[in-house]
Every structure is written in C-alpha cells, then in structure tokens.
Design a protein around this ligand. Structure first.
Ligand SMILES: *Cc1c(COP(=O)(O)O)cnc(C)c1O
Length: 361
C-alpha cells in the first residue's frame, strides 16, 4: 500500500528530560526544570472543581487571562498573545516571520525549540558561538547577514544557566539592525535575583522590534496545562492572532493560570526556596569538584571536568537510585555535563545523600 509523500525535515526532534526509569515505580525527576513546589493551591482548587463548562469551547482570545497578566506585569493586554505553552508562541513567531531561505541567528547552546521551529518553516539556522557556555553578543553580530530575520535568545538560557546582563541586552538591541526581530525568552525571569539582570519584558516593553516570551510552566508550576504568552508590538500580535489556532488554550488552563498569578505569597516562597537550595547544592557539589554556573534560574549546569568521575558515570548511578537528571548530550551536544533541576526539600536531600554514597571521598 502506498503512503502519500510528505515533507522531509532535517531536524533532531526535541527530547524532553526523561521521567521514567526501567523497573522503578517511584522516581525523582530533576530533568525538566519544573517547579519544585508545584502549583499554587489557588490553581489546584480550579483543577479539582467538578463543575466546569468543559462541554463548551474556551475563550479563544484568553481575554481574562490577558487582563490578569497585564495587571501583574504592568503591560498592555492588547499586546499579549497566549499560547499552549510558550512553545506554541515560538512556533507562531516562526510561521509569521520566516520564509524558506531566511536566516535565524541562535546562540549555539540555546534552548532547542527555536532551531526546530525555524527549520520546520524552511529557514536556515545559523548558530553563533558562545564563550564558555555564555551567549556572546559579538558572535551573534558576526553572523548577521541581509537574510537574517530573527535572533532568538533565552535569558537566562536553558541548559547553560548563564545570562546576558541588562547592559549587554540593551547593547545588542542598539547595534542589531532595526529590521531584525529580537526574541527574548524570559522563561525563568521570576527566579532571577541577580543585580545585573533585567528581564526582556522590563527592558523592552515598548519596543516594536523586540518580542518577549513568558511561560506558566516554570515558577507557576503549570507545565502540564500548557500556558505561555508572548508580548510584542500590536501589529505583530494582531498578525499572530490571524494564524493562531482558534481555541489554543483550554478553559481550565486559562482559569488556573489566572489563579496562579494571584498567589504572590506562593510565588515568593518558590523563589526563596529555589535560591536557598540552588546555593546549598552548588556549594555541596563543589566539595566533590563538580562546578556549575553561578546561581540564576531553577537549575544548575554541572561540569565534571575537574571531577574524578564523568557525567555519564554519575548519571547512570543516580538513575539506578531513581534520580533523573538531564543529559546535555541529547540535542545540545554538550559533553561531560548534566543539568540538575532544583527540587523539593526532600528531593534535594535525597539527591545529596545519593551523591555522598556514590562519590565517597
Ligand atoms: C521551559 C522553557 C520554556 C517553556 O516552555 P513551555 O512551552 O511554555 O512549557 C521556554 N523557554 C525556555 C528557555 C525554557 O527552558
């Protein structure tokens, strides 16, 4: 029987952080940068409410959610577009801006979805070198040509955990050709307490040639509900609305996102929890000569160069004990490193205890 022909893509499909270990029922998943404390009890209440109108279509424009976002982040609700995860917003941006043969500049160890969606619409992905796993503005500028349409930056970046300072970001926008769209992915912005950091949203709220990505998957703990948003010029957002799938965010997710925004106390607690354990674990691992980036978001990129054991060795040992980290070889091609998500108190202590057992000094 004939299968009709379909397009062939030259892409490495996205491999998410693993969530299972063979023969183990209970695992500790520290592989996908999800929230250590889960979601706010206010959001949980929405989800467990049995009396929802799930037989009716949701609001395709996510009006109430956009209103709630605009209040909390002090921005214009008309310039917000919601997506099924920021993932979908990245996809729509690629569909809107990129023709086949257009070029997209992406730092070499950037979050993978930018290159995947760019390639799907036929654009050419140009990788800009990084220096010591940190985005280099100079290297990005070197890669710009007449065909460059979009530059993507995750700030801080996943999986490296490094970030461009406020000054560097402003400088990049200043030097970069005004016709090129700069996309700044603020996925971890809420976690960032570093003094030299400013979120893309805070810096570029009023810039027509910057587009910001935000998500409810990280600090808000709604990863499975798939809610994210983009922020940009009214013109861009109006155009995105023309290509947006009509009911892209389900009704429960819209309501849960609105409730999660209200729980400032819980968010602050999550931020404090993360900072405390990120610092603690970083210090702890240093005693085993496992070093990492300075604390930024809710994960650490662990470097095994100076350690007696390799990243793969430790990864296997941890896996046998039911603790899953993210290999950075898959997709990112970063050798001898592992990405560790900061977990709950119990998970973090279990992780440190297993390290003690495995790497006996
Ligand atoms: C986790 C993450 C996202 C969030 O993706 P969603 O589709 O919103 O779940 C976006 N960008 C980066 C850099 C991330 O690490």
């Amino acid at each position: 029987m004939i299968t009709p022909n379909f397009k062939k893509f030259n892409i490495e499909p996205y491999k998410p952080g693993k969530s299972k270990v063979k023969n183990l029922k209970k695992v500790i998943k520290l592989s996908a940068n999800e929230s250590a404390l889960g979601m706010s009890s206010k959001a949980k209440r929405i989800i467990s409410n049995k009396n929802q109108n799930l037989d009716k279509y949701p609001d395709g424009k996510s009006r109430n959610l956009r209103k709630a976002i605009s209040k909390v982040y002090k921005c214009n609700s008309e310039k917000i577009i919601c997506g099924a995860g920021s993932d979908e917003v990245i996809q729509m941006i690629c569909q809107l801006f990129l023709n086949p043969k257009d070029e997209v500049v992406i730092p070499e160890y950037s979050f993978l979805m930018y290159r995947i969606y760019s390639k799907i619409v036929g654009a050419k992905v140009v990788l800009a070198r990084e220096s010591n796993f940190r985005v280099s503005v100079k290297e990005i500028l070197k890669k710009i040509t007449k065909k460059t349409k979009v530059v993507f930056i995750a700030n801080p970046n996943n999986p490296t955990g490094t970030y461009l300072t406020k000054k560097e970001l402003l400088n990049l926008r200043k030097i970069l050709n005004k016709k090129i769209l700069l996309v700044i992915d603020d996925a971890y912005a809420e976690y960032m307490k570093n003094k030299d950091y400013s979120s893309g949203l805070d810096l570029f709220k009023n810039k027509n040639n910057v587009f910001i990505l935000r998500t409810f998957s990280k600090i808000f703990g709604l990863a499975s509900l798939r809610v994210g948003w983009g922020y940009g010029s009214k013109k861009i957002v109006d155009a995105l609305n023309m290509i947006k799938p009509p009911f892209n965010i389900n009704g429960v997710a819209q309501l849960a996102a609105i409730e999660s925004l209200k729980d400032k106390k819980f968010i602050n607690k999550s931020v404090r929890h993360n900072l405390f354990y990120a610092k603690k674990i970083k210090k702890f691992l240093e005693t085993y000569n496992i070093f990492s980036n300075s604390v930024s978001a809710n994960f650490l990129l662990l470097n095994f160069e100076k350690c007696r054991y390799s990243a793969n060795y430790l990864n296997e040992k941890l896996k046998k004990k039911g603790i899953i980290l993210r290999s950075t070889e898959d997709g990112y091609h970063i050798k001898n490193k592992l990405r560790l998500t900061i977990g709950s108190k119990k998970e973090n202590f279990k992780f440190m205890n297993v390290i003690k057992q495995v790497l006996k000094k």
